[in-house]
Design a protein around this ligand. Structure first.
Ligand code: TSB
Ligand code: ZN
Length: 589
């Protein structure tokens, strides 16, 4: 995607990573005779090779394989390209020394008359490969094998499972070290890990994959976010509604979801005479509310909002903690407006998103203009004029806002182009949280109308938008961003009162009661543990305030305040401290 010189070095790096995959495969075949190679592509930050290895290989075997790779690098083996005919290639992979059904399958699918390229690494090892490669194995300077996973041949669970060995490779040791440090940081911040440590959410085998269960502390974070955003929306003229998360299949036939989005939907439920389906999106339901009455231009723009529950049958291999799930609540709204109002509405949504991000401390986001792919008739409604019009509106709004964006063909919704707001995780992967979409399609499908100033019927336009996106994905992101240290207003437990001895428990309970009355989430740690241990535990739970109370506090009506980052802040009269907490909660920093 880069337009400058760095794209050149990026592809150099790719070549090196690809050569690293070959060196890995050669090392594995040396150590585990009889290993049959599958495919070994370059991926982001590194490479992998899928290999059918006669014995099971685990992460503990990686150092040995790495050492073997180092020998190959030290031997400075040249990479040499050769072209074979299809027959020669097939013969090679049918021979006793390199009998390989996987490679034969790949070759069978290639054209009859075109030569097939092979790459030698040293005089004794060859692999089917398009290339290009480094000239010599000694050019591989800095690499590391990272993990092993099972991978079905061709991703098909009915085919054999091979072992996929992952590695990372870089220009030099510094770059490798930097990357490994990032990986370590990402591991520490991983929302799945922190979610467990802080007791935020869980999954259950009996409930099923991609279906998170929120524990009380996680539910608290959700509730706070939901209340906050709902209030912001009410201030801005949104009307909140509540609609069911199933509907008749018929509705999705009208909307076009059935034709373009069925792959992501759960199977249909046959209930008596009815055919019902879990909704993958909230739009058609909101459209029903729009159509409940005849609408006039005076009611527009009409902003119908809901934290709407959606169900998407995501592939099991793509599920990932809270970031990609099968049941989610979207901070959704559908704005019904006249064509003249589109610009202002888009601008208003972007401003709302920027306000929300400012409070959450999000500043490294970027805008992506997600466009259709005219060649993909299955995914997209075939109406070039409509796509062009939507794109124009979005571009004009971005120009008005003075915002830069990156264009991404093939990322649009089936019904219209989008502005997606992209966020990066610690390893630099980007994902969409907020989205703004212009849609001329659904209003047509449902024959939407309003009565204009002229007394005639007109067709409104729809803007679909999510501000904090789905609560799951946003919370996964926030857990990683804050490393579990949520700002006071979102922290599931905002203060722990720690009595020094048993005789302080009553006073501690009084302090907690007072804070609870002021609306805070407070716990009293009355366990018979040392004060230091209690502080350590509260600190590990990332609780913003620890209020230690002993004889002196009890007599003076104070609390000895410890803040999770600043440490000991000294004694403070309880009333004063409640006011400090209130102020901090209010400005949400
Ligand atoms: C904005 N109809 C629109 C809505 O009105 C819509 O559903 N758009 S969407 O398909 O792009 O989804 C909105 C957002 O939901 C995405 O931007 C993404 O942040 C989030 N999302 C999508 N799929 C998942 C998933 N499987 N798990 C978690 N979040 C998801
Ligand atoms: Zn929608």
């Amino acid at each position: 995607m880069s337009h400058n010189g760095s794209s050149v070095s990026a592809s150099e790096l790719e070549v090196m990573r690809h050569s690293a995959a070959h060196i890995l495969a050669k090392a594995v075949q040396r150590l585990y005779p009889g290993s049959k190679l599958g495919i070994g592509p370059v991926i982001e930050n590194g490479f992998y090779y899928d290999i059918d290895i006669p014995s099971r290989v685990g992460d503990e075997d990686l150092p040995r394989i790495e050492a073997e790779m180092r020998d190959i690098v030290a031997a400075a083996e040249p990479f040499k390209r050769e072209e074979w005919s299809k027959d020669q290639a097939l013969q090679h992979y049918a021979s006793a020394e390199d009998d390989n059904p996987y490679k034969r399958e790949i070759i069978e699918a290639l054209a009859e008359d075109e030569p097939i390229s092979f790459y030698w690494t040293g005089p004794d090892w060859v692999d089917l490969c398009r290339g290009p490669h480094v000239a010599n194995s000694s050019q591989l300077k800095a690499f590391k094998l990272t993990n092993v996973a099972g991978a079905y041949w061709r991703g098909d669970e009915r085919r054999p499972m091979l072992q996929r060995i992952y590695g990372t490779a870089w220009q030099d040791q510094d770059q490798l070290d930097h990357y490994l440090a990032l990986v370590e940081d990402a591991r520490r911040r991983d929302h799945r890990r922190i979610g467990k440590e802080l007791g935020l959410f869980m999954f259950s085998d009996l409930v099923g994959p991609g279906l998170p269960l929120w524990l009380p502390r996680g539910a608290t974070i959700r509730r706070e976010l939901e209340r906050w955003v709902t209030d912001l929306e009410l201030e801005r003229g949104y009307q909140h509604v509540i609609t069911p998360d199933v509907a008749k299949v018929e509705m999705y036939k009208v909307s076009g979801h059935w034709a373009h989005y069925q792959d992501s939907m759960f199977p249909v439920m046959h209930a008596g005479e009815e055919e019902l389906v879990l909704r993958p999106m909230n739009c058609p339901h909101h459209i029903q509310i729009y159509q409940y009455e005849q609408r006039s231009y005076r009611e527009l723009p009409m902003r119908i909002a809901e934290f709407g529950t959606m169900w998407r049958y995501e592939k099991s291999g793509e599920l990932s903690g809270l970031s990609r799930v099968r049941r989610m609540d979207l901070n959704d709204a559908h704005i019904f407006c006249t064509p003249d109002q589109i610009q202002d509405e888009i601008v208003g949504v972007v401003e709302l998103i920027e306000d929300v991000y400012r409070v959450l401390g999000i500043s490294d986001h970027w805008y992506r203009l997600s466009l259709w792919d005219p060649n993909d008739k299955e995914k997209y409604v075939d109406n070039p004029e409509m796509w062009e019009r939507g794109e124009r509106y979005l571009k004009e709004a971005m120009a008005r806002l003075g915002l830069d964006y990156v264009e991404a063909p093939g990322e649009a919704a089936f019904y219209g182009p989008k502005i997606d707001i992209q966020l990066r995780d610690p390893l630099g992967h980007s994902e969409t949280i907020s989205t703004i979409q212009v849609d001329f399609h659904l209003p047509n499908q449902f024959q939407l109308e309003y009565v204009g100033e002229d007394g005639q019927f007109h067709r409104p336009v729809m803007i679909h938008r999510g501000v904090i996106g789905t609560l799951v994905r946003m919370i996964a992101y926030l857990i990683e961003k804050y490393g579990g240290a949520f700002p006071l207003w979102l922290a599931p437990v905002q203060a722990v009162v720690i009595p020094i001895a048993d005789r302080h428990v009553d006073y501690a309970s009084g302090v907690a009661a007072k804070l609870r009355k002021a609306g805070f989430r407070v716990e009293v740690d009355s366990r018979r543990e040392k004060m230091q241990a209690k502080i350590r535990d509260a600190q590990a739970q990332q609780v913003p305030y620890m209020l230690v109370v002993g004889d002196r506090d009890q007599q003076a009506g104070t609390v000895s305040v410890r803040e999770r980052r600043e440490g000991d802040l000294g004694a403070s009269p309880l009333d004063e401290f409640v006011a400090v907490m209130q102020a901090r909660r209010e400005d949400r920093t």
